[in-house]
Design a protein around this ligand. Structure first.
Ligand SMILES: [Zn+2]
Length: 224
């Protein structure tokens, strides 16, 4: 006994085209109305096996009630970059806040007032020279630290600004990213399949009508 070929049933279940569409751009003069809103559009969604295509405007392409983009590796990489930059910015903001110069501003204020006191002391008491020198050294080291703090703060601030700019650029790139592949919303896809079936049915019907013998032929002989 021979077994009948198995894949027939499976083949029948396969839709004539997959729910995987490639976005193609046509020239401005070739634009056609969007399938949904009839606005002139230059984007064609073409099924992966080329068995279906239709025009869609940019607005409907962004509408997730209509279609969803299939993220490419390029897009995922860009998304990852944005995430990394965002956490870098967050971290830098904290660092900049911690290095804010108001702390060394206070310390230099105190040193100046101390110096003023020690200068006054110098007039009345010569023996305070040593103490005064020590203070001066301390003040100098204070201002060096302050300078370093301020450099750290400025460089951190510059780094933050640069990272923020980079983040903004990448974010714009991400939001304006042109997807190349889309899946249709289930209902939209079903409509495409139905439309396709109707087209096939109409074509078959037209062919049948044109076949000789479809309509009963008019009698050839005269009644009279
Ligand atoms: Zn539209």
């Amino acid at each position: 006994m021979s077994t009948p070929p198995q894949p027939t049933a499976k083949q029948q279940l396969q839709p004539p085209f997959p729910n995987k569409y490639n976005a193609r751009l046509v020239a401005q003069q070739d634009s056609k109305p969007c399938t949904i809103c009839f606005k002139p559009s230059t984007t064609v969604l073409l099924a992966d096996n080329n068995a279906d295509f239709f025009y869609t405007c940019a607005q409907h392409l962004r509408d997730d009630q209509f279609a969803s983009p299939i993220p490419s590796d390029e897009y995922t990489a860009l998304q990852k970059q944005v995430d990394e930059l965002r956490s870098q910015v967050d971290k830098l903001r904290v660092e900049v806040e911690a290095a804010k110069p108001y702390l060394w501003g206070i310390s230099s204020y105190w040193s100046t007032s101390k110096e003023r006191t020690s200068t006054a002391d110098n007039k009345s008491d010569e023996s305070s020279d040593k103490y005064s020198n020590k203070e001066k050294e301390k003040k100098q080291s204070d201002s060096t630290t302050a300078k370093q703090d301020s450099t750290t703060y400025e460089s951190l601030k510059a780094k933050l600004l640069k990272t923020e700019q980079e983040l903004a650029e990448k974010q714009t790139e991400l939001t304006q990213y042109k997807f190349k592949k889309y899946t249709l919303n289930q209902q939209v896809y079903r409509n495409r399949l139905m439309l396709n079936q109707k087209k096939i049915y109409n074509k078959q019907r037209t062919e049948k009508i044109q076949q000789p013998g479809f309509f009963p032929s008019a009698p050839h002989h005269n009644i009279a």
